[in-house]
Design a binder for this molecule. Structure first.
Ligand code: SAH
Length: 348
């Protein structure tokens, strides 16, 4: 695979490119962090740009889909030809980009499209950063003008199954020389890889931790998420308490409401116990349809009753607004894409 220039800090870039004098490295770095490709960084002499042409830079946006709710889905092409997806969501407080961390995923959750076909490969730090920088630029930003203010690692892939690249991405995206997005505005969502949750806590990045819970008993969770056979809900509770104690960050739980599976009276009781003793919030999500999967969403009425029950038990919870359903860009609908073979999508 080609080396990707976005994989590097400014110091590493100097070594990899062997550019001199030092201000040339700075010019290159700032151009890259603005989302420019090498031939667009015209402060660099043509000869230098030619020397660098053997490197890859980030990812390329090759298609865009616009939802009627204001969100947008992108297809990004990687330097080896793989295609991944991501979603832009405008909010009153800023703009959130949902990024992918792997091509495919090996977690195999029963409701999610991202794992269909398994894991193809990890994304590098530069390929994750590249998603942010290309959309930032598309929206008129550069490395001094942020059009993306919030990032959620909730696209395809399990971020804690790609720990080193994801944490390198955290360093790069929050770098003062770069786009400098505060890690307080970054959320990492995980199906619950307990050892790496603790490692993340110890390394002090301080990102918001979201746990994909989706069930209140190990039995039901195992039915929905193979990883539940490795880590129990009790292991997860220990890990999130550890995360809170180290970082002071409130824990978020993602909970997709599935007809007949996980939203009865007893689930409400157990969810109260699971979330007790540390600050947390439960994001209830209506299960989004994935055509290969057999599970159904609950009704709006059932969802509201479950929310009421949680509130009666003093569990902080909301039903999360869903984005991008009409462009297959909602939670769990992102997948490995193929060009011209994507009949799930309508072109904008
Ligand atoms: N692998 C990570 C990151 C994915 S984030 C994780 O498991 O957290 C995507 C979120 O959408 C996760 O909470 C995931 O469980 C949820 N999800 C997956 N499929 C879904 C579906 N069909 N409907 C609603 N949410 C879904």
């Amino acid at each position: 695979m080609m080396l990707n220039l976005l994989d590097y800090t400014i110091e590493e870039l100097a070594q990899v490119t062997k550019l001199s004098p030092a201000y040339r490295v700075k010019q290159l770095f700032h151009g890259l962090q603005s989302g420019q490709k090498i031939d667009e960084i015209t402060v660099l002499p043509l000869s230098v740009r030619k020397e660098l042409s053997g490197f890859a830079v980030g990812v390329d946006i090759i298609e865009q889909f616009k939802s009627c709710d204001g969100s947008e889905k992108y297809l990004y092409k990687l330097s080896d030809g793989n295609i991944i997806e991501g979603v832009f969501m405008p909010h009153s407080y800023g703009n959130t980009l949902c990024v992918s961390t792997q091509v495919g995923c090996r977690m195999g959750c029963a409701f999610c499209a991202s794992g269909i076909g398994g894991l193809v490969r990890n994304l590098t730090a530069g390929e994750i950063l590249g998603q942010v920088l290309s959309v930032n630029r598309l929206k008129g930003g550069d490395n001094n003008k942020r059009q993306i203010t919030n990032i959620v690692l909730m696209g395809s892939g399990e971020p804690l199954d790609n720990y080193d690249n994801v944490t390198k991405f955290f360093k790069l995206v929050s770098s003062a020389d770069g786009i400098n997005i505060s890690l307080r505005n970054v959320s990492l969502s995980t199906c619950g890889l307990v050892e790496n949750i603790k490692r993340l806590a110890d390394e002090g990045f301080g990102v918001t931790l979201s746990i994909s819970l989706h069930a209140t008993t190990d039995e039901t969770r195992q039915e929905l998420m193979p990883i539940a056979k490795v880590y129990t809900i009790s292991d997860i509770i220990d890990a999130v308490k550890y995360y809170f104690n180290k970082t002071g960050r409130r824990i978020i739980f993602e909970y997709s409401m599935i007809k007949g599976k996980n939203i009865d009276f007893f689930d409400a009781n157990r969810l109260q116990k699971i979330t007790k003793g540390y600050p947390s919030h439960v994001n209830l999500i209506m299960l989004n349809p994935v055509k290969e999967k057999k599970l159904d969403a609950c009704t709006q009425k059932d969802a509201e009753r479950f929310l009421e029950r949680l509130k009666e038990r003093n569990v902080s919870a909301t039903i999360r607004r869903s984005f991008g359903n009409d462009i297959s860009g909602a939670c769990g609908q992102l997948r490995r894409s193929h060009l011209n073979n994507d009949n799930n999508n309508k072109r904008s």
